[in-house]
Write a protein that binds this ligand. Structure first.
Ligand code: NAD
Length: 465
């Protein structure tokens, strides 16, 4: 086994050294899960539900200490880490409430007389089996949300889960495993696999019954290629370049704070963070002024401080990505309204950055930034806003701010995104499918779709003798 070094983004110091899984240990874990899965699936649903309910209760009970673990390794401000964990039980509840109905057999057709004289009675029934042994390769930015989106419905449906947390959220991943095992999930039914990209790649060398991935587009393409070798069903929750459009109908100064929060929460390291803002010319100046004021007011600080709103980036190399986007924009004529460089303090901090006079030749308006940096562009009308918003290979979310719901709906129905928002942004609900289009992914988590993804149908043609 090789070693995995965990670093603290707040100061770059070593947090822990852990043994990492390799091809051999991964193979052994998958074999053990394959042996254990049928017994897990055979348990009455009520038992699995009771175990996942205990997991949910443990989350609530341990929230404060768990948040400190996530903060230490990801740099997420502790209040935001606590908020994430506190909001996770609501997602678990959705799955606890809705899974049983989807597991129930469905009688689709019955002909008491067999349809033709003399023929035996016929029934056509669908039942639902778990996929079997699935892999969940996960991201670090919302490890509780994106982990439980997959793990909980997968287990409730009777699957075994091989879970590879991000190398940047390994301790959180081990904490999730610890809570599940304490709640009663057998060790071989939920199995953490520890390591970075090469461990993920080693995992995908094996035949698996489903691959559920959350991460970047670049890695998603590799995961899809690996899944194709075994024809494993694959679900990809990937990045975004999410746009918000502020129409001329709103008090732009009043909505600027909400849009800024959608862009800068978790230092912009959210898949659905607002990454581009288009503002109607009539309210542009007022919006920019209020937006920059809001951003300048964000408290930057140690992620362990309760008052901190912007902490360090999780990964050091992302500092160079953000600097390159700023430099590229400025060289092409953008105006820097605030920030623009690495913050003058230890750790991997980047100053909250606002650029205006941007256009789509600039990387900051095209490539996922995944950091505290945003471009704001002026548009003349709705048609121009729609064209700009759709000018991206990504398709995760799009938001419109305005008073007229009909006008907003006309714009939003033209978005090629899995999620659309009216007067809100950067929001996820367990009731609704979370899905990306284009480079933002394939398949959906959450909602009833996000439960069905862990089941495969069996068609029964039943003719009485
Ligand atoms: P990443 O792609 O760098 O890593 C994701 C996971 O893939 C990690 O566990 C990593 O170890 C693993 N991995 C890396 N190379 C691999 C390979 N060749 N084979 C198998 N596994 C491999 O992404 P990240 O930095 O952890 O997360 C940030 C990205 O995730 C952003 O693009 C963000 O937008 C996206 N994201 C999307 C959603 C969503 O729901 N759509 C949610 C959270 C994050």
């Amino acid at each position: 086994m090789s070693a995995l070094t965990l670093l603290n983004p707040a100061d770059g110091t070593v947090l822990r050294e852990l043994p990492a899984d390799d091809a051999v240990s991964v193979g052994a874990k998958i074999a053990a899960a394959r042996a254990a899965q049928p017994a897990w699936a055979a348990r009455p649903f009520a038992e699995r539900r009771a175990i996942l309910t205990r997991f949910r209760d443990l989350l609530i009970e341990r929230k404060d200490t768990l948040a400190l673990t996530t903060t230490a390794e990801t740099g997420k401000p502790v209040r935001q880490a606590r908020n994430e964990i506190a909001a996770t039980p609501a997602r678990v509840d959705f799955f606890l409430e809705h899974t049983a109905a989807l597991l129930a057999p469905r009688l689709m057709h019955r002909q008491p007389d067999g349809g033709v004289p003399g023929a035996a009675a016929l029934e056509e029934v669908v039942t639902f089996d778990p996929l079997g042994v699935i892999a969940n390769i996960s991201a670090w930015n919302y490890p509780w949300f994106v982990g439980t989106n997959v793990i909980v419905p997968a287990l409730l449906c009777g699957n075994a889960v091989i879970y590879k947390p991000s190398e940047h959220a390994t301790l959180t991943g081990l904490a999730i495993a610890g809570l599940l095992h304490e709640a009663g999930v057998p060790d071989d039914v939920f199995v953490p696999v520890i390591g970075a990209g090469e461990t993920g790649a080693a995992l995908l060398e094996h035949p698996l019954d489903g691959i559920f991935f959350t991460g970047s587009y670049a890695t998603g393409v590799k995961v899809a290629a690996a899944a194709a070798r075994h024809l494993a069903p694959v679900q990809l929750e990937l990045g975004g370049k999410d746009a918000a459009y502020v129409t001329d109908e709103v008090d732009a100064a009043a909505v600027a704070g909400a849009v800024a929060d959608g862009a800068f929460y978790n230092a912009g390291q959210s898949c659905c963070a607002v990454e581009r803002v288009y503002v109607h010319a009539d309210v542009y100046d007022a919006f920019v002024e209020a937006f920059v004021d809001a951003v300048k007011g964000f408290a930057i600080g140690a992620p362990t401080d309760e008052g901190t709103y912007i902490g360090p980036l999780c990964r050091e190399p992302q500092l160079a990505v953000l600097q390159a986007q700023v430099d590229d924009a400025l060289q092409k004529g953008a105006t820097l309204r605030c920030g623009g460089r690495r913050a003058d303090r230890g750790g991997w901090y980047f100053e909250p950055t606002v650029l205006t006079d941007v256009d789509h030749t600039m990387a900051v308006m095209r490539d996922e930034s995944f950091g505290p940096i945003i471009g704001i562009e002026k548009v003349a009308d709705d048609a121009e806003a729609v064209a700009r918003m759709n000018d991206t290979p990504y398709g995760l979310t799009a938001a419109v701010y305005g008073r007229d719901r009909t006008r907003a709906a006309r714009i939003l129905e033209r978005m090629n995104t899995g999620t659309v928002y009216w007067n809100c942004c950067d929001r996820v609900s367990p009731n609704l499918p979370w899905s990306g289009r284009g480079h933002s992914g394939v398949g959906a988590t959450l909602s009833l779709e996000g439960i069905r993804a862990f089941l495969r149908p069996r068609a029964w043609h039943l003719r009485a003798p």
